[in-house]
Write a protein of this length. Structure first.
Length: 91
């Protein structure tokens, strides 16, 4: 689903295992931070196949996390201020 306020940021809902710290309150997958540079997130120009790959990778990481407690891949904080997370990633 693409919402009007952020048309370049897909809201992905899946019928999958119980919630994880890598989902938003509404259950959508938190696959990347929308304020990251384009190279670190999906953009429409990447196409549907790439988005499906991002979803598959995220679901694999969630499954691994449920089994082991370890998250495979980068993680960021979930702050309101995009500048805070961007600066933290650069450090």
């Amino acid at each position: 689903m693409f919402k009007t306020k952020m048309p370049s940021h897909p809201h992905v809902y899946v019928d999958a295992p119980p919630p994880s710290p890598h989902r938003f309150n509404d259950g959508t997958l938190c696959m990347w931070y929308p304020y990251h540079p384009r190279a670190q997130r999906w953009v429409r120009e990447d196409g549907l196949l790439c988005l499906l790959g991002c979803i598959a990778a995220h679901l694999f990481r969630e499954h691994w996390w449920h089994e082991t407690g370890e998250w495979l891949g980068p993680e960021i904080g979930h702050t309101i201020d995009p500048k805070v997370d961007t600066e933290a990633d650069a450090a």
